[in-house]
Design a protein around this ligand. Structure first.
Ligand code: DKA
Length: 135
């Protein structure tokens, strides 16, 4: 289950179509460049029934706190305010973000012992990011 991966650290290893994805989100030039240059290290922790997905990088440190199935207000790393809901399915977390215009962005992250695979989609534009476990 997802909780088997608590405390394990993974570092960004591969990123596909991320610039196109950020453009589709409306992210500006400089944020796209700094965002693309970052190699975040992520880890998942849990306090009671609340998870924290921590992402540390030169671009930004992000602490994404969520309870499965409970909608919350999220400020995205590039500073947009969205309503987000995250559900847990096996070792995958499915995140749905809705912005003020009702536009939907989905982010799926799947944990395995060797990697975390992240797939993000908005407006039929999909980006894939692979994080590799730090041994
Ligand atoms: C990640 O966690 C990427 C998350 C995507 C955030 C949206 C745009 C960020 C702009 C730098 O690997």
């Amino acid at each position: 289950s997802l909780d088997d991966f608590l405390g394990k650290k993974y570092e960004l290893h591969e990123s596909k179509n991320f610039d196109e994805y950020m453009k589709a989100l409306g992210v500006g030039f400089f944020t796209r460049k700094f965002g693309a240059a970052a190699s975040p290290v992520i880890d998942l922790s849990k306090q009671g029934d609340e998870y924290t997905l921590t992402s540390i990088s030169t671009f930004k440190n992000v602490y994404l706190k969520f309870k499965p199935g409970v909608e919350f207000d999220q400020e995205t790393p590039d500073g947009r305010d969205v309503k987000a809901t995250i559900t847990v399915d096996g070792t995958t977390i499915h995140e749905v973000q809705k912005d003020a215009d009702g536009k939907t962005n989905t982010l799926d992250r799947t944990w395995s012992p060797t990697e975390v695979k992240m797939v993000m989609t908005i407006d039929n534009i999909t980006a894939t990011r692979i994080y590799k476990v730090i041994p």
